[in-house]
Design a protein around this ligand. Structure first.
Ligand code: IVH
Length: 664
């Protein structure tokens, strides 16, 4: 290797980046196995070059999930991570190390499923649940009690409990719930979540507990953190038994055995059983059963020495890649999709796989006609791992992305520095339909009765080509549509008419300006109040808007500079759509107009989103962190570090009553 120091630094940065994506944003870009491989390589190099300082390496740290807007809490006993392996020899070596340590003593092990969820610690004081905390950085985590308060499975009290106990477990989401939420999002024109683990992680961190309540999370408990008195439990199997007696949701199955040689058959039995479990599992956790022995074995900086995780390889299958199709997203980005000869994999039949982008296809040299290995690793959409080159047809040629686009009649360009090809023709058929669906979706113009099937018919019959055409539709034209009668035609016309009166931000969002989502649309409405003012603003003025960055400002400017977009806007104006802010009248006199407010703690009557709506309606803006720019802190009960910081900075603190008085 040319320079081990540089290689180690590069790997550390890469692993740290993946840690942030996984723990902070709940949006990993690689699967667990690829991540584990990277980390194992880093560990191996660090062991080979011990002279390089290891203290700040991600191999020595527990990933950090703490986020803004949550009160932090210190675990009485740290929440560590586990050493993990995919290799049976490592497992034996783990057993041998412990045997050496406890010379001559027969060691009992417990083998548990490793649940692929979000770690949580529940504190019970005198048998009463007092808080739920995420793992955080292992030392202190975020208080998510509010977001779990509606979980029926979670015992609020436990009987004959020790004075204080931290019960550890995992929060997860069922596939059923995951599908339900994604279907809803699709209907609303919102982006889809990649897998249930990420969605569960995102849900426990929602700042609005009301919103969290709309998503069903589940929990399973398996372990112990701090406990007083310390000797309340003697073994891990006793913990399992007690949890069951306390009516906690517990592991569906675990195994106990004597000696490391007996462990492997238990892992195999678990691998057979785990498909019937309600929670996703990605391995087995092997622990010394005796708690005093666990303590004697001790800990490294990030993991106990008395436990190890044996991870199961993600399931793979071999199949033929029939062709590469192209999907065009709402923003115009083209995503290649592999159409596969259907093959059974991890309980479902797989017929498609994502290919991400052109570079990914080049890197893996994937070609139609190839035999490929596909894998499902916690993701709903399978991935192509690699090509079985031995089975490559002799006449095969490298895939030409641009040629395939031309073949499909998709006019797209790829700019330097951009990973994606993007369509540039506004009249590409799929794009028209997507932009109309987005426009009609609940968050935007909320047009009832205008579903995807009707939109596609309207386009095919040439009745609608852009957003403004919707407002020219006539009763007779609608009567020509399939399955349309008097009533359905009238309903649709009424819904279109009603949409003329939406909020300005809903229209801004609905126009499909690149990168302008709900919040940025609201920010624009707040600053400019009229569509005209936005359309006429220059990049500098746009960029001065709170929440609007340079790229967004340039995108908005460009969109309004386009002659066709301007014409469309004129037609929408002529059709009578609302192009002005309706909250303007309150704003002028409101003392919080133009001010920045931060919310913290639990308010007596208002939820966070209700408070935020009132702030916006009165011309104020909410921000998630306290800084010198903050004008007011709206604080409820249990307000933590934000309150202290605001007091230090001399920021005016408002109670809910003060706030309501101020805006009325
Ligand atoms: S024991 C000191 N048992 O996996 C950590 N952890 O990769 C002891 N996990 O942080 C943890 N199922 O969040 C343990 N049966 C199980 C588990 C389990 C899932 C999670 C846990 C841990 C992570 C480590």
């Amino acid at each position: 290797m040319p320079n081990p120091r540089l290689e180690i630094e590069r790997l550390r940065a890469e692993v740290a980046e993946h840690d942030t994506r996984y723990y902070q944003s709940a949006q990993p870009t690689i699967d667990d196995q690829a991540y584990d491989r990277l980390k194992a390589r880093l560990q191996e190099l660090e062991a080979r070059y011990p002279e390089l300082d290891i203290r700040d390496s991600p191999t020595q740290l527990v990933g950090d999930d703490r986020s803004k807007g949550f009160k932090s809490y210190t675990h009485r006993k740290p929440m560590l991570s586990l050493d993990n392996t995919y290799n049976q020899d490592d497992l034996l070596a783990f057993g041998k190390r412990l045997e050496k340590l406890f010379q001559g003593t027969a060691l009992n092990y417990i083998i548990e499923p490793k649940i692929d969820g979000v770690a949580v610690s529940l504190s019970y004081e005198h048998g009463r649940l007092v808080r739920a905390i995420t793992r955080g950085n292992g030392i202190e985590g975020d208080d998510i009690t509010q977001n779990l308060s509606h979980l029926d499975q979670l015992p609020k009290t436990i009987e004959k409990a020790p004075e204080y106990v931290e019960i550890r477990g995992e929060i997860y989401m069922s596939h059923y719930e995951f599908d339900r939420i994604n279907k809803q999002r699709e209907k609303n024109g919102e982006s889809l979540y990649a897998n249930p683990r990420n969605l569960a992680a995102g849900t426990v961190k929602l700042l609005d507990p009301k919103e969290a309540r709309n998503r069903q999370l589940e929990i399973v408990l398996y372990g112990l953190g701090a406990c007083s008195p310390e000797n309340f439990f003697n073994s891990q199997s006793e913990v399992q038994e007690k949890l069951r007696n306390w009516n906690c949701p517990v592991l569906e199955k675990f195994w106990t055995c004597c000696g490391i040689d007996e462990v492997w058959p238990c892992i195999e039995a678990l691998d057979q059983k785990r498909r019937d479990f309600t929670y996703p599992t990605d391995g087995a956790v092997i622990k010394l059963d005796s708690i005093p022995q666990q303590e004697i074995a001790g800990y490294t900086s990030k993991a106990p020495r008395a436990a190890i995780a044996y991870k199961f390889e993600a399931e793979r299958a071999e199949t033929i890649l029939k062709e590469i199709q192209m999907q065009v997203g709402r923003t115009g980005a083209v995503t290649p999709v592999a159409i596969l000869k259907p093959v059974p994999l991890a309980g479902t039949i797989v017929a498609r796989a994502t290919l991400h982008n052109e570079d990914e296809i080049i890197r893996k040299d994937i070609r139609p006609g190839d035999t490929v290995f596909v894998q499902k690793a916690g993701e709903i959409i399978p991935q192509i791992l690699s090509v079985n080159l031995e089975k490559r047809p002799t006449d095969s040629v490298p895939f030409n992305f641009e040629a395939r686009l031309n073949e499909l009649g998709i006019q797209a360009k790829r700019k330097s520095g951009d990973a994606a090809w993007r369509v540039n023709a506004k009249d590409e058929p799929g794009r028209k339909s997507r932009s109309l669906r987005h426009f009609a979706s609940r968050v935007c113009m909320d047009i009832d009765h205008l579903g995807p099937a009707i939109i596609d018919q309207l386009i095919q019959r040439g009745l609608v080509s852009d957003l403004a055409d919707l407002y020219d539709l006539k009763f007779e034209q609608l009567m020509e549509l399939e399955k349309f009668g008097d009533k359905s035609a009238r309903n649709l016309l009424e819904a279109i008419e009603a949409s003329k009166d939406r909020q300005l931000w809903q229209l801004i969002h609905g126009l499909g300006i690149p990168n302008i989502g709900k919040q940025s649309a609201k920010d624009l409405e707040m600053k400019f109040e009229k569509m005209n003012a936005i359309a006429d603003a220059d990049v500098i003025a746009l960029e001065k808007t709170e929440g609007i960055g340079k790229v967004m400002a340039e995108g908005i400017f460009k969109w309004f500079a386009d002659r066709l977009n301007r014409q469309q806007l004129d037609r929408l104006r002529n059709a009578g759509l609302n192009l002005e802010s309706k909250i303007k009248t309150n704003r002028v006199n409101s003392p919080i107009s133009g001010k920045v407010l931060v919310l913290t703690g639990t308010l007596p009557t208002l939820s966070r989103s209700e408070a935020a709506e009132k702030i916006e309606a009165a011309g104020g803006r909410t921000s998630s962190s306290v800084s010198a720019k903050t004008d007011y802190l709206l604080a409820g009960s249990d307000a933590g570090s934000k309150l202290t910081k605001a007091e230090k900075l001399g920021i005016t603190i408002l109670s809910e009553d003060d706030f309501l008085e101020l805006i009325t």
